[in-house]
Design a protein around this ligand. Structure first.
Ligand code: ATP
Length: 361
């Protein structure tokens, strides 16, 4: 197990004609500080291009940091080659050797890099294959396996090496939804059993929330917040995190502030009873879909679509020009075109600075 400390990590790439590049360089990672405890399962999450993979590749040693330090158990590893970092990486595309059997794929890394005897390597491969439930596939080649089986082999190959750190980059992206959900829990169980420090990259916030002990949310190469799932959900530091975490996404409204009175699109008004908003004339108001109650006798929200999920309904509608979604039980099912009322508890509101997006809580 390894404790990982990242200080002011910056990674830039030469721009070759990219639109968003400044001064001929792309800043993929822009000053990340992060401490990952021994045995922790941390997830890096954020939209495409936010710098997740680059951060992971710097930790693995596949990319060199432009600036900043990466420490494993206190020792700076920036100059260490990937194979001297004691990390095992699992990728989305599995990266198996097509001409080798599963057994050979799993043992290959150890044969190259360790001084273990072939009997010891065989024993480790057998044990890892049993752990991953692929012991009956050892003689097959990757081309004969399903995507899910190939991903198990890729995971098996990483556990054979008994590394200090697992680095996983969107390992489940190529699997269908059901298999992905299954593999999620398997990876968590595996990580619990082995206790190996794990950094897991995904763009999928649901996957991040389901899997991470803590979750690091990135945007534009900058760490926005790192926290346990409940905190990210209930105490987002800014509008970006509030919007990124949760499905359906939080409703955000631009509202005018007059004392305690909030006025928004489509005639929305609310007497705010929380803490002082300060002398702002505008704020952005956030309300989670499940915190909105629908009153079928009211006339604020014009319903556009009702999605019936079986165990709950998502009710979409318009408040002026803003689309709003409420998450209700199945007994609430207004017709499209109908207007309904909205109510919510004052404590359910999130307030953000309209300019900076920072939480005003
Ligand atoms: P995705 O989920 O799409 O993989 P990501 O969050 O993992 O996104 P990165 O792959 O880390 O993002 O990329 C961050 C930024 O750095 C992007 O703008 C990307 O185009 C750029 N980038 C990444 N690798 C290189 C490279 N080798 N050369 C030039 N630019 C790169």
């Amino acid at each position: 197990m390894t404790k990982i400390t990242i200080n002011d990590l910056v990674k830039t790439f030469e721009a070759s004609g990219q639109r968003d590049a400044e001064d001929g360089e792309i800043v993929a990672v822009d000053g990340i500080d992060l401490e990952i405890a021994d045995g922790e399962f941390i997830v890096l999450v954020g939209p495409s291009g936010c710098g997740k993979s680059t951060t992971l590749r710097c930790i693995a040693g596949l990319d060199n940091a432009t600036q900043g330090e990466i420490r494993f158990d206190g020792e700076i590893v920036n100059a260490r080659r990937p194979r001297d970092r004691d990390v095992a990486m699992v990728f989305q595309n599995y990266a198996l050797y097509p001409h080798m059997t599963v057994e050979e794929n799993m043992g290959f890394g150890l044969k190259l890099s360790s001084k273990l005897s072939s009997a010891e390597i065989d024993a480790r491969v057998t044990e890892a294959a049993e752990t991953m439930g692929i012991d009956d596939l050892l003689a097959k080649k990757p081309g004969e396996l399903s995507g899910g089986q190939q991903q198990r082999v890729a995971l098996g190959r990483s556990i054979v090496r008994e590394p200090g750190v697992f680095l996983m980059d969107e390992p489940l992206s190529n699997l269908d939804a059901k298999l992905r959900a299954e593999m999620r829990t398997e990876i968590q169980e595996l990580q619990n059993d082995l206790g190996v420090t794990t950094i897991y990259v995904t763009h999928d916030q649901t996957e991040a929330m389901a899997m991470g002990d803590r979750i690091a949310v990135l945007d534009g190469g900058v760490l926005q917040q790192v926290d346990v799932p409940e905190q990210l959900y209930r105490n987002p530091v800014n509008e970006f995190v509030a919007d990124f975490i949760g499905s359906p996404s939080i409703n955000l409204l631009d509202v005018a502030v007059d004392g305690k009175r909030l006025t928004g699109p489509g005639g929305f008004t609310h007497e705010y009873t929380g803490h002082e908003i300060g002398d702002r004339s505008r704020v952005r108001l956030g309300i989670r879909p499940e915190d909105l109650a629908i009153d079928e006798r009211g006339d604020v929200l014009t319903v556009s679509v009702v999605e019936k999920m079986g165990n709950e309904n998502f009710i979409y509608g318009h408040l002026g020009d803003r689309e709003i979604v409420a998450r209700t039980d199945t007994s609430v099912r207004p017709d499209p075109g109908e207007t309904v009322g909205l109510s919510f508890a004052n404590e359910a509101l999130y307030l953000f600075d309209a300019q900076s997006g920072r939480s005003l809580e």
